[in-house]
Design a protein around this ligand. Sequence first.
Ligand SMILES: NCc1[nH]cc(CCC(=O)O)c1CC(=O)O
Length: 310
Amino acid sequence: MPHSKLIRIGTRGSKLALWQAEYIASLIKPSGYSTEIIPIDTRGDKILDVSIAKIGSKGVFTEEIEAKLLDGSIDIAVHSAKDLSSDIPDELEIIAFTERELVNDVVVSTNKNINITADTLKIGTSSTRRVAFLKHFYPNVEAVSIRGNLQTRISKMQAGECDALLLAYAGVHRMGYDDMIVDKIATSYFVPAVGQGTIAIECHKKLPFDKKEILSRWVNHPATEVCLHAERAFLKTLHGGCSIPSFGYAHIEGNSISLKAGIISLDGQRVIKVKRTSSFEEVKELGETVANEVLNIGGEQILKEIRQQL
Ligand SMILES: NCc1[nH]cc(CCC(=O)O)c1CC(=O)O
């Protein structure tokens, strides 16, 4: 790997991914290191007519990018932390997580008068977690599958395929669509996906030390990192990819970390949710404990049913 003061950033080519890569470049800039952004096409970008759950769950947005980390043609990969599987190759590590954005899901529409709690609505989403939560909390809503990047989804909504979209605030905000947000859904019951709202930096374990130092110092946000370690330990123990309707959200409460996480059945009938706290030093155990408890009180059964259906 080159030992120059250049950090080569691999990213997906979507507008959101490029925004995120530019953002990382802007965080690195004051360090004196320069950056180069290298867009990479992934399976998830190429196959647009099939739901993510059906393409095959793990790594649809990351495999091609990780291959370039492994062969040394890029120094770091920038991912939405949410899209990054809990099992990354042994040779790679996550070196930084950016400060978390507002973590909520939001309802986006061109119609300002939409009321998600009362109206009979068609809401576009392609996330199994959101579909299941919609069935559970908003039986008045019909979830319709909409894929593609944010701009495509908004066009499809405007063409009448649905009345509104349910999306992560982070992506909506980064793409500048804040004025289309009609509702912000509380995380207390509509628990976000593990990693939602933060950007993860993945690199080769053998990335030169000086570059690792730059990333730790200029990009990483320690409070977000500790929360993500809890959430990702949960996901890893659950053995869930991004197609599993699991959820997990950790935040800091004084001197401890609180993790609320679980899984919901695809029909929205059963929500298994566990909340526990730990010290900062025990976040990995926290994630594992919560996952094992979720599995034991009904999560295992839900996972089994989902694996049969997909
Ligand atoms: N699965 C797609 C994806 N991955 C990350 C984000 C948003 C940005 C983030 O959560 O950091 C989105 C879009 C969405 O869920 O609405």
